[in-house]
Design a protein around this ligand. Structure first.
Ligand code: HEM
Length: 521
């Protein structure tokens, strides 16, 4: 194919027109599609000149300048539960960068690893995210302190640096291993007992609510250093109320994200009242633990040096004021309550429908356990394929479908100028499903994570100083769960059909899959 000089000239003048009309992004994509391998030198040099000149922000392809039209189109076409599918379609339509206006806020959407790297590189010391309004308003309404999840700037950094030491540092995680290991053994026993009681050879169940209880028990165990009893056959009324408050709090968060919360609050709407009541109960629950542990740590701190959980450590060191400790403990509980249960569920399902991969991971675990002679930390460092399986599940089913940042300085994305303070949204779900980033994206292949070239592709926990502070705890929960379960059960699923997902603040199955646990004797 030959592009004459006149065509090059025409492209240049077209560029000027497009610049004027704010259509540069469209033109740049046309040029990159047009560029054939054997085209003339002139066209190559023209295209590279065009690419090297940074294009203005206004040139980024835009969905519609009318925010209400975007809102209505998204809702009509996809419904809010399908925002992740809507994003995939938008990227197909507009290319790897587009902007849209929702409400008052304009957002730039990206999905390629090199752009994600640029965004995080601009984070600096104070990475900024939009704060979750319904949660922040509750704290304001009750005159309560916020934790790191709901803070930005210097206030965020001060708390975060202190919390890192007791939550995400390797030493902190090492201390959590025994607590978590015994819980993972218990959930295995729980399933074994159910099978024995029913005098069956296997158990086919919807395991979602059990997993939710497992992860909530786990995070509370790590925070308070004691078990709540959520895996018991008959949990107390008080515990059931706590569990349902966590559920109501998460469930009411979603609609409040789309409604003007201030109006719901001013009208004292039912949804706002439910949200507040749920948070109040969660606060009271945390408060009772804080007081109990505070008094027992004061009385017995010198005598007993054994690890008593994160809360006791924070109270003992007293680097943070007590109300900040409480606020952070509550956010850790909220952040950790459902999050790890979902990747566990999706991984169980994928292993059920990929029995060869399941067997390979089981073999890996068996060898690791044999070599480690009971050293759990060593086992955890010897299961790369299991780690790959969890990453693979988070690629296909990221809990948070997007991550958000306000840029702290001017940057360039896809050759467009992005001014400081722009809200950039990283589409994790579209990236995970893109053939441009992952070859054969629909295939569940944990081995793809054993290769080297994976930078800025495994982003489910974020990156840098503001990455998920519970990341190592979540990984520990998930790894130990599979280390115990896969040694004891073969997993199968009556239906191997793809799971349909819906977005409800986190990405969840539209219908929970049934799973079969068959003991290995
Ligand atoms: C598979 C499980 C989890 C996933 C995928 C996940 C994902 C994330 C992501 C993407 C962020 C935002 C990071 C950023 O802005 O760069 C985050 C923040 C956070 N997560 Fe997690 N999370 C998980 C489990 C947990 C657990 C178990 C806890 C509690 C122990 C937790 C507590 C938090 C907190 C407190 C923040 C706010 C951190 C800050 O702003 O400094 N998360 N998480």
């Amino acid at each position: 194919m030959f592009f004459p000089k006149t065509c090059t000239k025409a492209l240049q003048s077209l560029t000027l027109d497009c610049n004027h009309l704010g259509l540069q992004g469209v033109l740049m994509r046309c040029i990159s599609h047009l560029q054939p391998e054997n085209s003339t030198v002139e066209l190559h040099s023209c295209a590279s000149d065009l690419k090297s000149a940074v294009l203005p922000y206004e040139g980024i392809p835009r969905t519609s300048k009318y925010s209400w039209q975007n809102f209505y189109t998204s809702w009509k076409t996809f419904g809010f539960q399908n925002l992740h599918h809507a994003m995939v379609q938008m990227f197909d339509q507009y290319g790897p960068i587009y902007r849209e206006k929702i409400g008052k806020q304009e957002v730039v959407n990206i999905m390629l690893p090199e752009d994600i790297a640029t965004v995080y590189a601009a984070d600096g010391l104070y990475p900024r995210r939009p704060l979750l309004e319904p949660w922040s308003l509750h704290r304001e309404y009750r005159n309560q302190a916020c934790g790191i999840f709901l803070k930005n700037g210097e206030q965020w950094r001060k708390d975060r640096l202190i919390l890192n030491k007791d939550i995400i540092s390797p030493e902190a995680i090492k201390r959590c291993i025994p607590l978590q290991n015994s819980l993972a053994a218990d959930i295995t026993n729980h399933l074994q007992q159910q099978i024995q009681r029913k005098l069956q050879r296997s158990l086919t169940i919807d395991v979602a609510s059990l997993l939710h209880r497992y992860t909530l028990e786990s995070i509370c165990n790590i925070l308070y250093g004691e078990r709540l009893g959520l895996l018991d056959d008959n949990p107390s009324e008080e515990l059931l109320k706590f569990l349902s408050s966590m559920e109501v709090m998460l469930k009411t968060t979603v609609p409040l994200l789309y409604l003007p919360v201030n109006i719901a609050k001013a009208l004292n709407a039912r949804i706002w009242k439910d949200h507040v009541a749920a948070w109040d109960y969660i606060h009271d629950h945390a408060e009772s633990y804080i007081e109990k542990i505070y008094h027992s740590s004061l009385s017995g701190q010198q005598a007993d040096t054994s690890y008593k959980g994160i809360l006791a450590e924070l109270l003992f060191k007293a680097d943070l004021p007590k109300d900040h400790i409480k606020a952070n403990i509550i956010e850790l509980m909220a952040g950790g309550s459902e999050t790890s249960a979902l990747p566990i569920l999706f991984t169980l399902f994928e292993l059920a429908r990929n029995p060869k991969i399941q067997a390979e991971i089981r073999d890996e675990i068996t060898v690791a356990c044999r070599k480690a002679h009971g050293d759990t930390a060593l086992i955890l460092s010897s299961v790369p394929l299991l780690r790959g399986a969890i990453k693979e599940s988070l690629r296909l089913y990221p809990i948070g479908i997007v991550q958000q940042r306000f840029t702290n300085k001017d940057i360039v994305l896809q050759n467009y100028h992005i001014p400081a303070s722009t809200l950039v949204q990283i589409g994790l779900y579209p990236m995970g499903r893109s053939a441009k980033v992952f070859p054969n994206p629909k295939i569940y292949d944990p081995k793809r994570w054993l290769k080297r070239d994976n930078s800025f592709k495994s982003m489910a926990f974020g990156f840098g100083p503001r990455q998920c502070i519970g990341r190592r705890i979540a990984e520990l929960e998930m790894l130990l769960f599979f280390i115990h379960i896969l040694q004891n059960f073969k997993i199968d699923a009556p239906s191997k059909e793809d799971i349909k997902t819906v977005y409800k603040f986190v990405l969840v199955p539209e219908k929970n899959p049934l799973l079969t646990f068959k003991p290995i004797y």
